[in-house]
Write a protein that binds this ligand. Structure first.
Ligand SMILES: *Cc1c(COP(=O)(O)O)cnc(C)c1O
Length: 367
């Protein structure tokens, strides 16, 4: 059997007719930016996440970058301030921090749960620490009351990077992206809620913050041609918004399919050489990525490849070890660095069949 890591064609086909209809409608409407489709999606997405506001932007990196920029414009952050960030994230989280001339303070994670290390979190605080970036990596909710209290006690802004966890619930239907001061979302095609191109959004209950981000993303205009900020252009276009609106209406069922496949992985993958992360309650994990951990990662990848199964690594080089961040290369984050050498992501998406899952399980168990 041949199983690519991701099959966007098959994923789009799940709701293909509805998507085609929505796209055709926008094409025929003659209105492609800042239109009704965007407004409707923003309304639906803010309702879904459970916040008063949603602002569509061009991509997930912009969502985080514009968030930090808005806090700077609102004088709640200043150049050189410190932002705590888990060491095992995708580089975009950190790029948003450094682009705003803020300083990332990396903290390590716990090996079994992949959550941030609370002890390390407590030690990382200084007078300059102003924000915590929480990343729900792999679709796992990493928020808890302890983190909330910690942020309140230390006057930290809590920002959620929710790029990988659309639909994830913390408790009593509180969704990730609504738990902190602001949630940042990516609609990159491969994400759980993916567009047919680039897209992103922020969600928040803070009126001033939402308005500021909307303005900075629109040339800094307060009203048309009147610039309050040195802004930029970061838009979610109406075709993508229309596609996302269709896919949002199916997000929960798509996530349930991901969860069903993940259950079979947890139930049947059995190989002493391969470790799985601790299993969370279903609502707390929307399985954007299903990571395995093994000391023989490259051999396992080859073994699966030889059986037609494509796997990926998320992520081979932690941000603090990247060449572009030479100044932080000396920092040692033992768990994040170890997991970067051991992680292997196996296929998991809503268009996968049970047969594919069984075939993958079989291949892993015979490694
Ligand atoms: C995908 C992703 C981003 C960036 O989103 P883009 O839309 O690709 O810019 C940021 N953070 C995390 C954790 C991501 O997975």
């Amino acid at each position: 059997m041949n199983i690519p890591y991701l099959n966007l064609q098959a994923i789009t086909s799940l709701h293909g007719n509805e998507i085609q209809t929505a796209v055709t409608e926008v094409v025929g409407s003659g209105w492609y930016l800042q239109g009704k489709r965007l407004q409707t999606f923003e309304q639906h997405f803010s309702t879904y996440i459970g916040t008063r506001h949603c602002v569509g932007v061009a991509n997930g990196l912009d969502a985080i970058t514009l968030t930090l920029r808005a806090y700077i414009e609102l004088d709640m952050l200043n150049e050189g301030d410190e932002v705590i960030v888990p060491a095992n994230t995708f580089i975009a989280t950190v790029l948003a921090i450094t682009e705003n001339r803020l300083k990332p303070i990396f903290i390590d994670i716990k090996e079994k749960t992949l959550d941030i290390d609370i002890e390390a979190l407590e030690k990382s605080i200084s007078k300059k620490t102003k924000a915590l970036m929480l990343v729900h990596l792999y679709g796992r909710c990493t928020y808890n009351e302890h983190i909330n209290t910690f942020c309140k006690d230390n006057n930290l802004i809590l920002i959620e990077d929710n790029a990988q966890a659309h639909g994830c619930i913390y408790s009593q239907n509180r969704k990730t992206g609504s738990l902190g001061n602001i949630g940042c979302h990516s609609f990159y095609p491969g994400k759980n809620l993916g567009a047919l191109g680039d897209g992103g959004a922020i969600t928040t209950n803070n009126d001033t913050l939402a308005e500021t981000i909307r303005s900075i993303a629109n040339y800094g205009f307060k009203e048309k041609y009147v610039a309050e900020y040195q802004g930029r252009n970061s838009r979610l276009d109406d075709i993508q918004a229309a596609v996302l609106d269709v896919k949002l209406s199916h997000l929960d069922e798509d996530n349930q399919r991901r969860q069903a496949i993940a259950h079979t992985y947890y139930k049947y993958i059995e190989n002493p050489k391969v470790a799985l992360p601790s299993q969370l309650a279903d609502e707390n994990n929307v399985y954007h990525i299903f990571p395995l951990f093994t000391a023989q990662r490259d051999a396992l990848q080859q073994h699966l490849e030889s059986r037609g199964i494509q796997t990926l690594i998320h992520y081979p080089i932690p941000p603090h070890k990247q060449t572009c961040y030479r100044q932080w290369n000396h920092i040692h984050m033992p768990v994040a660095e170890k997991l970067a050498t051991q992680e292997l992501s196996i296929p998991l998406h809503p268009a996968m069949t049970d047969e594919m899952a069984k075939y993958i399980i079989d291949a892993i168990n015979t490694f």
